[in-house]
Design a binder for this molecule. Structure first.
Ligand SMILES: [Zn+2]
Length: 257
């Protein structure tokens, strides 16, 4: 078995249930649910530890010494549907308005209540990973080779996919979220975010390209022309993020924990 980022990540979703809470060790991400006037679900979000699994995934792969201090993921009222990373405060914000939006979005997808609930969590986790991608762009001072929003999407997709089947499903639900978002979207070409449908297909392509046989259903949605390119899109994306993250990975990405 290769001793690389895949080895580090495999199985971490299983461990996520015990991770994600504030660690005594410096340099971990932790979540804090602030009181809210914007949602009636604040208590449920906190009680159900809505975002902790995503943080557990990240905390499981990074060397705590690589972050100078703990990083707060604040869940709070924003007055808008949004999530963002602040380079000045070194802090990630996930807006309650966004969680409510994800909850309502997940209720509209086909499936039973269990599948919809799962989709909600996975969409939220993908968004968290996207913001963590921005955090690493800031900390590692890397980038400059493309759109930073796409970079953050690719980070989220690669970390999720590397965690195995459940992670790939998380990325697929991230893609589904953007596809839903794209319905009726007014495209502004001067927006730093690519159109939501493009983001959806880019993420879908990475999931499919990681294991084309296993995720063949996604290949159908991608269409012949794009799906033929996806394996070639996934591999360099995986390698690029592996290289970028090497300074902060547990064991330098060697697989040692
Ligand atoms: Zn972003």
């Amino acid at each position: 078995m290769r001793r690389d980022i895949v080895v580090v990540l495999v199985g971490l979703l299983v461990l996520c249930g015990v991770a994600g809470t504030r660690s005594a060790m410096a340099g971990q991400l932790y979540v804090k649910y602030y009181p809210s006037k914007a949602t009636k679900h604040q208590r449920e979000y906190a009680a159900q530890r809505t975002l902790e699994d995503a943080l557990g995934l990240v905390n499981g792969i990074i060397n705590p010494n690589s972050l100078s201090r703990d990083v707060e993921v604040a869940v709070e009222d924003c007055g808008q549907v949004n999530a963002f990373y602040s380079p000045t405060r070194k802090r990630i914000t996930i807006c309650y308005e966004l969680l409510d939006f994800l909850l309502s979005t997940s209720q509209k997808i086909p499936g039973d209540s269990g599948e919809r609930g799962r989709a909600f969590y996975q969409m939220a986790h993908f968004i968290v990973l996207h913001e963590v991608g921005h955090m690493f762009q800031d900390i590692l001072k890397r980038g400059g080779l493309g759109n930073r929003e796409s970079e953050a999407d690719y980070f989220a997709a690669v970390v999720a996919i590397s965690a195995g089947k459940e992670g790939a499903e998380m990325a697929a639900n991230g893609s589904l979220l953007f596809m839903t978002w794209s319905k009726g979207q007014v495209i502004r070409f001067n927006d730093e975010h690519p159109p939501a449908a493009s983001r959806a297909y880019d993420i879908m392509c990475l999931v499919y390209g990681s294991k084309p046989k296993e995720y063949s259903a996604l290949g159908v949605q991608l269409g012949d022309a794009r799906r033929r390119r996806c394996a070639a899109e996934y591999q360099p994306t995986f390698q690029a993020w592996k290289k970028h993250l090497q300074p902060v990975l547990v064991g330098g990405g060697s697989g040692r924990q």
